[in-house]
Design a protein. Structure first.
Length: 178
């Protein structure tokens, strides 16, 4: 069983608990609960004081932990013990957490556009590899779907509307793998 230490208090506590929940792990119901087992994912969480996390991971008592890099940057890092026997499980945890972090930077944008404008529209929303373009019942239109940077959402919606796109929708992404 993978043994991970998130902080039980301090500035990273709520953020760490939220990202673990968004990554699909069981969350604790009571903030006083210091040990939480998630048998579905073969993982045990030990909620520790932030300053103790590195000590327990470094001594080999725990496989990994979420702690602050330093107070100036109140930035979270995932640490692991150097000789971890659970490297595969730690990789899955890191990939899940990275998926949530990445998802917070993007949104999914859907819109309808006339077929003769699809190339111009896709130039605005190229997606990561390529947008999804699907024919609509009305042969003159297509539906386009693409991941776009969250910070550009409103400008892209304005640009698409000016181009002639309609039914422009933006949807949150809760997790992804890129």
């Amino acid at each position: 069983m993978l043994r991970i230490a998130p902080p039980n208090k301090g500035s990273l506590s709520l953020a760490a608990a939220e990202i673990l929940r968004e990554a699909g792990y069981r969350g604790r119901r009571d903030p006083k609960e210091l040990v939480l087992t998630d048998p579905d994912h073969d993982i045990e969480f030990f909620f520790l004081r932030p300053r103790d996390i590195a000590v327990y991971v470094g001594s080999g008592s725990l496989d990994g932990g979420i702690t602050g890099r330093d107070l100036l940057l109140s930035e979270a890092v995932l640490i692991q013990r150097p000789d971890s026997r659970s490297q595969g499980a730690l990789d899955v945890l890191a990939r899940r957490l990275q998926g949530v972090i990445t998802a917070h930077s993007y949104v999914m944008m859907d819109y309808d556009v006339r077929i003769e404008l699809v190339e111009q529209a896709c130039a605005l929303t190229p997606g990561l590899e390529s947008p999804t373009v699907s024919p609509l019942h009305d042969k003159g239109y297509v539906a386009v779907r693409a991941m776009v940077p969250r910070k550009r959402t409103n400008q892209l919606m304005d640009d698409l509307y000016d181009l002639g796109a309609r039914a422009i929708l933006v949807t949150e992404i809760s997790a992804c793998r890129l």
